[in-house]
Design a protein around this ligand. Structure first.
Ligand SMILES: [Zn+2]
Ligand SMILES: [Zn+2]
Length: 251
């Protein structure tokens, strides 16, 4: 099996700090046309099109948790797919409650859009357990989910996406929890939120807390994302890799 390309369509927090788009990470396995999205924030359709990425190539959207900056782009994505006459199924995988929350968001933004007849099937899968659970097939990737600590009206998860012998792990939003150790174990890349630099914030990870636990993470490479104003102001003095909109990595 070849490599995996990781592209940050959105590497921002919920509030547009740094002018960054909300979370949306595009995964592509070598030799595959199809794409898997990890999170789809409210701005994600714009972010994808800005990079010239065809939403029609996306087979699966994998969600860490049900906050608007991580799943709020789905109503726009689905309606755009309908208007561009998509025919292949779209998988949306997420925490328990994903199907109901996605439907509700579609009805709020575009009344009638959740029940309309489409040319393509919308398929939902919801994570079962809190210790990895059974893998869910999402495009070319097998996904397992690790429950983390982030209030969002449903359980929140860190994710581990495997394709052959390559593993991309992602923290989602969370304060420090040992679940991240399981999610990031031996990962080729661990995409980790660092919302603040030093300031502790409930349900989020500070860079200071991450540094404290850095040695416990078995990931080969770590890249920081979802950075708020305090963290962005300190970027110059941060030795770790940091994500930016449009950044592409090949593993
Ligand atoms: Zn967030
Ligand atoms: Zn969140």
């Amino acid at each position: 099996v070849g490599g995996v390309t990781v592209r940050f369509a959105g590497a921002g927090d919920a509030f547009g700090n740094g002018g960054r788009f909300q979370t949306c990470i595009v995964l592509q396995a070598e030799g595959e046309e199809r794409l898997t999205l990890v999170d789809c924030g409210a701005s994600s359709l714009v972010a994808l099109k800005r990079l010239g990425i065809d939403p029609g190539a996306v087979d699966a959207i994998v969600l860490s948790h049900l906050h608007g900056d991580h799943f709020g782009g789905i109503p726009f994505f689905v309606l755009d797919a309908q208007f561009t006459r998509r025919e292949k199924p779209l998988l949306i995988a997420g925490p328990p409650g994903t199907q109901a929350r996605v439907r509700a968001s579609m009805e709020v933004f575009f009344p009638g859009s959740s029940a309309v007849q489409r040319r393509f099937e919308l398929v939902f899968a919801e994570y079962a357990g809190d210790a990895g659970g059974a893998e869910i097939a999402a495009g070319a990737f097998a996904v397992s989910a690790f429950e983390v600590v982030h209030a969002s009206g449903a359980p929140a998860f860190a994710l581990r996406l495997r394709c052959g012998d390559k593993v991309v792990a992602y923290s989602g939003d969370t304060e420090w929890t040992a679940a991240l150790i399981g999610a990031a174990r031996d990962a080729d890349l661990f995409v980790c939120e660092a919302y603040t630099f030093e300031r502790p914030t409930k349900f989020h990870l500070s860079y200071a807390a991450l540094r404290e636990h850095r040695a416990e993470l078995g990931a080969r490479r770590v890249i920081l994302t979802h950075m708020g104003p305090e963290m962005l102001a300190h970027l110059g003095g941060v030795p770790d890799e940091t994500a930016a909109d449009g950044l592409t990595l090949t593993l």
